[in-house]
Design a protein around this ligand. Sequence first.
Ligand SMILES: Cc1cc2nc3c(=O)[nH]c(=O)nc-3n(C[C@H](O)[C@H](O)[C@H](O)COP(=O)(O)O)c2cc1C
Length: 208
Amino acid sequence: MKKFKRILSILSLGLLTVLIFTACARNNNSSQSGSSSKSTTTKTSKNSSNKNTRTLIVYFSLTGTTKDAAQYIKKETGADIIRLRPEKAYGDYDSAARRGDRERRNNIHPALATNIPNFSKYQTVLIGYPTWWQRPPMIIHTLFDKYDFSGKTVVPFTTSMSTPIGPSQKVIRQLAEKDGATFKNGIRYDNNRSEVRSWLRNLGLLAK
Ligand SMILES: Cc1cc2nc3c(=O)[nH]c(=O)nc-3n(C[C@H](O)[C@H](O)[C@H](O)COP(=O)(O)O)c2cc1C
């Protein structure tokens, strides 16, 4: 009988040990899954706080140089991007030059084919264009005719053969301020990426 009791107490001790181990293991698992859901939460909140969700890059480009600039700026900022297209295409370089000159001399604002969705949600608008006769092409005037920039911040960027941004950004500044927007100095993009990055950093728009 005494022997039987000893066996019984050894068995119950064993059972108790198994129960304690199982409980510990379960606890450990649940705390691991808890930590993985926390990291997901952190990731989600980091993504949703992306500061450039309210920044738009809107650009016009005839031969693709300003498009490249705009895409690089998109890469560095994570901002939304949209290309402006005229209702009637400019065609080849020579006819674009003739038409562009006529529009400039006669203050013609060419109709836009592009529609910008949710324009009102953007706080900052980066406007890109090729410099044409020291100015932005007249399609940029149409952009200001069609959309309300009041309360927004407008920042230009341009590409050109050699003309600096000074004369053309003066026009952008006038258009922006006339519409009640805040203007910030832009840049002439010439593939100097570190210059672009530091310009974006100063604007608080560099994503990383
Ligand atoms: C009609 C027209 C006018 C231009 N006027 C100028 C100018 O005044 N100064 C300049 O440096 N480049 C001038 N250019 C050159 C463009 O600004 C330059 O090639 C630009 O990078 C083209 O950009 P895109 O490829 O996005 O159209 C002119 C080009 C065109 C077609």
